[in-house]
Ligand binder design. Structure first.
Ligand SMILES: NC(=O)c1ccc[n+]([C@@H]2O[C@H](COP(=O)([O-])OP(=O)(O)OC[C@H]3O[C@@H](n4cnc5c(N)ncnc54)[C@H](O)[C@@H]3O)[C@@H](O)[C@H]2O)c1
Length: 263
């Protein structure tokens, strides 16, 4: 039986949380699903413990997976991760870039320069270095799909976390620009904009009470889990989206479109 990702090689950045016995991240789950559907996966992250554990379990399950350490703000780490991937598999078809950090800044005045830079670097320097590193091998493979994980915060704002929202909006514009530049190489570049999702990234903040409060703001009536976001990621990564590039796929349960209760 042929799989959806047969023969495809995917570099999944920020995908360390791919161990099903624990809370999954959505890039982690995407890595797992690509491998289960015939693909070969390289997970890259700074959380070596989680990444190595996930890959060990994937290998035990007979899946094609490796782990490499990659800090997305490091040019040399990107070079090494891509070199590892192409040396092992001789091609590169998919890159999912999901590395992210929370923004501790409250107001603009209370955000210090170091935390502004850190958020911008992980998201915006990360997506730039990543895209720059993978387009060569993708071109040599006959094309590819780059999926950048932005956020619904690219479309709306809160009264805090300005660096996070700004960096995520920057990502959507970068994706359009990269889509234009690399379209003739058959390299597609798209963004997924997740809404509130229970993953290791949010589990510290999303206790039951908070999840209930958030759910009351979601037209679909619940906070998302990793599978709600992995679906859109996998669609954009796959050939089903072969004519989709430069787009933003909002996966927020309807939050951004809702003006809120009228009472
Ligand atoms: N969970 C949500 O509600 C939500 C909503 C919108 C967007 N996002 C974004 O989605 C992405 C994926 O998050 P998730 O919710 O699946 O959680 P996750 O914790 O599984 O994924 C984030 C990963 O990024 C890694 N990371 C952090 N800094 C890095 C760096 N410098 N280099 C490489 N890796 C780094 C972390 O180690 C972690 O494994 C994040 O960028 C997050 O900002 C999350």
């Amino acid at each position: 039986m042929s799989g959806r990702f047969d023969g495809k090689v995917a570099l999944v950045v920020g995908g360390a949380n791919a161990d099903e016995s624990r809370l999954l991240g959505f890039a982690g789950l995407s890595a797992l699903e690509i491998a289960r559907s015939g693909g070969m996966v390289v997970i890259a992250d700074i959380d070596d413990e989680a990444g190595e554990r996930s890959v060990r379990k994937m290998k035990e399950a007979g899946l094609a997976a490796d782990y490499v350490h990659l800090d997305v703000t490091s040019e040399s780490d990107w070079t090494e991760a891509v070199a590892f991937t192409t040396a092992k598999h001789d091609r590169l078809d998919i890159m999912i870039m999901a590395a992210g950090i929370p923004d501790r800044g409250e107001t603009i005045e209370s955000t210090d320069v170091d935390s502004w830079r850190r958020v911008m670097d992980v998201t915006n320097l990360g997506m730039f270095l990543g895209t720059r590193s993978v387009v060569g091998p993708m071109r040599r493979s006959g094309g590819g799909s780059i999926v950048l994980i932005s956020s619904m915060m690219a479309r709306v704002v809160r009264d805090q976390a300005n660096a996070y929202a700004t960096s995520r909006a920057g990502m959507t514009h970068f994706a359009r620009s990269a889509a234009v530049q690399y379209g003739s190489d058959n390299i597609r570049v798209n963004c997924v904009l997740p809404g509130w999702t229970l993953t290791p990234f949010t589990s510290g903040a999303f206790d039951d009470e908070w999840q209930k409060r958030l759910a009351s703001r979601v037209p679909l009536g619940r906070v998302a889990d990793a599978s709600d976001i992995a679906g859109p990621i996998l669609f954009l990564a796959s050939d089903e989206a072969k004519y989709v590039t430069g787009s933003e796929l909002l996966a927020d349960g309807g939050v951004v479109g809702w003006i809120g209760p009228m009472d």
